[in-house]
Design a protein around this ligand. Structure first.
Ligand SMILES: *Cc1c(COP(=O)(O)O)cnc(C)c1O
Length: 360
């Protein structure tokens, strides 16, 4: 179905004031945003408008009870200069799974596709050169004015974008969680919902005072490794690539993680998707078999882990010779920017003709 998404264009682009190939993560936003409202049981009033502030009542439900979900995606530029969108189907299905878990309505997949093509097409000049990219932030939040814990009847859905460089420049040092947890079975660890991040901030602040970059989150019994920050984790032990499973709902199902597993299996690497205990990692470290540890996520793609601290033990992991994680990073960046063939059907090129809707 083709939706009508009227465009109210910005009068003067902010682009001349921004060096899009040289920006910190998350500070600069493109000219336009897409908005939609959920009212009377349906999504309506689709529009693209200048990026700008939104007003809300102090009694807005989201501010008090946190009914909100988001996605994080990237568009890369190909050699023709056109933006390429990555695994849109996965992002919308994850957004809808997050929404369902938080008692929120789903957003139509075809509308999501069309809105993204139109928005990214309109702001295509904001897409920096690969491996920098345009970061895309779709999100949904409760819009009711009401004090009392219940699902909202109305919601707002917004997509805005902004140019980004890679997220972590230096290798990361992880602190193994010892007394706080991110997620447990039956909770909301698999949902990209605001409270999941708020709950990590106080322990993160403590850890960063001690010089760590991220906390490595553990299962509720503190035995099994979950993930870190906004990244899934991969370990290479004695030549075997291992990543914890996402099936029990405590680990966010990363799309980068899934892409890496697919690329690895297609290149005849064996990946073990299974629970990994901290004891096993410590043993491998003592035997000199802990070869590589890295985080995977849209922002950083691959973030090499240089150190894992567990209580008093500091495990240093050599940064040299990380052939597999470097291959993964390059291969994914190349698929995204059209330099490698898109064997897996992950890419949608934004065609410019589709996006020149009449302005109102
Ligand atoms: C978003 C996120 C990830 C990574 O997901 P990608 O789809 O690869 O970006 C991992 N863990 C958490 C907690 C996240 O929020």
């Amino acid at each position: 179905m083709k939706y009508k998404i009227p465009v109210n264009s910005i009068e003067q682009s902010k682009l001349p004031k921004v060096d899009i190939n040289n920006v910190p993560f998350g500070r600069f936003y493109s000219d336009h945003m897409f908005c939609a409202d959920y009212v009377d049981g349906e999504w309506k009033d689709f529009r693209i408008v200048p990026f700008g502030k939104i007003t809300m009542s102090p009694a807005n439900l989201t501010l008090h009870y946190g009914q909100s979900v988001f996605e994080g995606m990237k568009a890369s530029k190909n050699e023709k200069g056109n933006p390429m969108l990555f695994r849109l189907d996965r992002h919308i299905s994850r957004l809808n799974n997050s929404a369902k878990r938080m008692g929120m309505p789903e957003f139509p997949e075809d509308l999501f596709f069309q809105a993204l093509h139109q928005l990214v097409g309109l702001d295509r000049n904001w897409v920096p050169d690969s491996p920098n990219a345009l970061y895309i932030r779709p999100f949904m939040f409760a819009a009711d004015e009401f004090i009392g814990v219940r699902s909202s009847d109305t919601y707002r859905f917004i997509i805005f974008t902004g140019p980004v460089a890679s997220y972590y420049k230096d290798p990361v040092k992880l602190l193994t969680a010892e007394n706080s947890i991110r997620a447990a079975k039956g909770g909301v660890g698999a949902a990209k919902t605001a409270g999941n991040y708020a709950r990590t901030l106080q322990p993160m602040n403590e850890a960063s005072k001690k010089g760590f970059d991220q906390i490595m989150w553990m299962s509720a019994d503190f035995k099994y490794i979950q993930e870190c920050g906004t990244m899934n984790l991969f370990f290479i032990i004695d030549g075997t690539i291992i990543t914890p499973p996402t099936t029990d709902g405590t680990i966010l199902e990363g799309i980068t993680r899934d892409s890496f597993i697919t690329i690895l299996e297609n290149n005849n690497y064996k990946v073990e998707i299974r629970p990994l205990s901290i004891d096993e990692v410590i043993e491998a470290y003592h035997n000199g078999k802990l070869e590589d540890v890295f985080g995977s996520g849209t922002a950083a793609v691959v973030a090499p882990v240089s150190e894992i601290t567990y209580k008093d033990l500091v495990m240093k992991i050599p940064l040299e010779g990380r052939k597999i994680s470097e291959f993964l990073k390059d291969e994914l960046n190349n698929i995204r920017s059209g330099k490698s063939q898109d064997k897996y059907g992950w890419i949608q090129e934004v065609s410019i003709e589709n996006t020149l809707e009449e302005a109102i």
